[in-house]
Design a protein. Sequence first.
Lengths: 316, 232, 271
Amino acid sequence: MKETLKPYRIVLISIVCGLLLASALFAGCTQSTTSTPATPVATTAPVTTQAATPVATATAVPTTVVTTATPAPTYTASSGNLVAFTAASLTGASGTLGTSFTNAYPGHKVVFNLDGTQALKTQVENGAYADVFISASNSYTNTLKSEGYFVNSSVKTLCTNYVIVILPASNPGNIQSLSDLSKPGVKIAMAASTVPVGTASLAAISNLANSTYGQEWKNSTISNVVTYETSEPAVATKVSLGEVDAGFVYQSTATAAATGTYQTLTISKKDNYLQTYSIGILQESTNKAVAAEFEQFMLSSAGQDILQEYGFTPVI
Amino acid sequence: MLEAVVEKKLRDYQLDITLTVKAGEVMVLMGTNGSGKSTTLNIISGLLAPDKGSIILNGECICRTETGIDIPVEERRIGYVLQNSAVFPHMQVRENVAFGLKARHISREIISDRVNFWMEHMHIADLADVKAGNLSGGQKQRVALARALAIEPSLLMLDEPFTALDTESTQTVKELTRKFIKKLNIPCIVVTHRIADSTEIGDRACVLCHGKKEWEGLPGKMPEYCTVCHCA
Amino acid sequence: MSFFNLRPKRQTLTYIAAGILIAAVTLYLALPILALFFRITPEMFFATLADPDVISALWLSMFTTFVTLAIVIIVGTPFAYYHCRYNYPGKIVVDTLIDLPLVLPPAVAGVGLLVLYGRVGLLGRYFNMFGIQFAFTTLAVIMAQIFVASPFYLRQAKSLFEQLDPSYEQTARTLGSSSMRTLALVTLPMTASGLISGAVMTFGRALGEFGATIMFAGNLPGVTQTMPLAVYVGMQGNVNVGLTISILLVIISFAIMITVRILQKREEKRA
């Protein structure tokens, strides 16, 4: 007796096929990532892509021709959208920067992927696609340069930032000065040492210990750290929730926050760690002309003013 | 002696039963499926509460709705063997039979004596260390019977004990039941839907129909049809 | 073996299609796990095992997960039992709540725990007055794990107790056994293998818990940095640590699965 296909089975099979079809279409329409080798490629010169958009201002487009051993990226950004992997500390500024860029270069839009620099670096090293990379740490910038991910000539200093200590508005820990940070029972939040601001915070603490407060203060302060967050905004969140007594973040976070969100304790410039942000175009970008325009924008007074507004120290 | 007068509103009908069973007497409860036989047993055992009524066992009142007396199931000393025998499959036969005794914190020697006694008389002594889940239907029923009698109950109730058994096992269980009911001189209720069972095991019989007792009398004298629903 | 009683040509096609499906599913699940082992050399793996961060994450995960499992089983079993056997007001609400953590994103659970038990939380502020704090402690890790993992055990236990033929418990009661005694000697042994599989799922979920942990307990090596957190942080800085701990997690998961299978096979043999 032949088995007849029951109606519900037909429906089930159609649903499965439909889902497979839909996911295939979806995958085709969105970005796919290229697989870049983990080791630097033994080559050559950067690729040139056609400067598709004639722009009023003269932009410096990288013009060297290429042959590359890596397979050309199989995807291109949807027309006009630039992908910027950006250090998380620029989260607050990113909205304004994006709008301003589109106003200055109509028809272009920038999409920010905001995360700890270390996380973004890992993503790029594992094949994630981006046009522009904004790094909060010189050492990560240099690593990416030496690994061949950057168009090295395009890497420029974007702005700088200092470390600052923020306290919840109500100051539950009654911290009046930096020396209070070592008091027993104080809860401090910091970024993990792999996050740029984490290294910067530790460096600042060491400087302060050497110059003013001593090693005992440093040890007690470090043992007061209750959590090492994986990005800078996460530290700020824990402080704003009042769950910790103090947190080490960037000055930009404190400046950009609404008045009354935090109390702050500044660290003097001589003891502080100057964090240098860099911006650069990635080798894998298929949109280098627009990427260069974005970089130009960020380094122009338009971009730098916005950064300053959000508490970063501009370079111009 | 058991005197039970109970009422309970059920989904399809109103259960209204008066049952009297003398010591040493086997009362067979008959009727079609859904006539209220098992429900009656559940009420007498205490697993179900009646809406109204009283149950008196050996002169002691174990349930009276007017005065709020309701002795819990665990304390009624009623042996109840369900249709599927409900032997604990993960325990050995010996542990099954001893189960009710251990719950009462009786000394180990007494437990051991009684367990051996009942296993002997139910012809399951050679299965003492077998896991009860591995037994045949007839063996399981005998274990359930031994388990129920081991606690020295004041009343024994069997719900459709022969349905899953073959002829030989049925005979054995019937003989053992009658023998020990007489010996222990306790009342016994057996629920069955087969007329042949009633004559072989029962001293008296009654027929239930839609929750009411339609007829009561000697097993051999059961009328062919009951008046309301032709269920005999 | 004739499958579906189809004609030979159809049969071959069916076998091929079935084969492709099975291969696709198996490979999709197995390959990522295998890839972990190929990305790191054995020497590097064993060398990284000695890394203090790896060791502390391992101990912390094992400790917290076992405590979580113990609490879920000890509290959850009687709870599931009474929940099934009795009708109490609000039973439907409780039923739904048990399922909630299954669909709730773990990060949301973490936020919820933080705003409730945090130092300035709705309840936490009162505990704080007595000097009791939950956030950023190992206890917070356990609390987060219990929240997300307990439904696996509770639902399983509920289902088992509901499906157990009531005649066993009823008979036990007529024989004079109290509720607790019946639960321990009759109900639990008869539902044991199902409960164990529920416990295994709970263990796995608790071991892998990340979102709620990092939100509520934070990330401090030796105190709250469980293995999943260590993997995440590791993959952003010290990739070898990330890979090593990932492999450890795979090994532990497999070990648990195999142990449970062996136990179940032995129980089946004994029966």
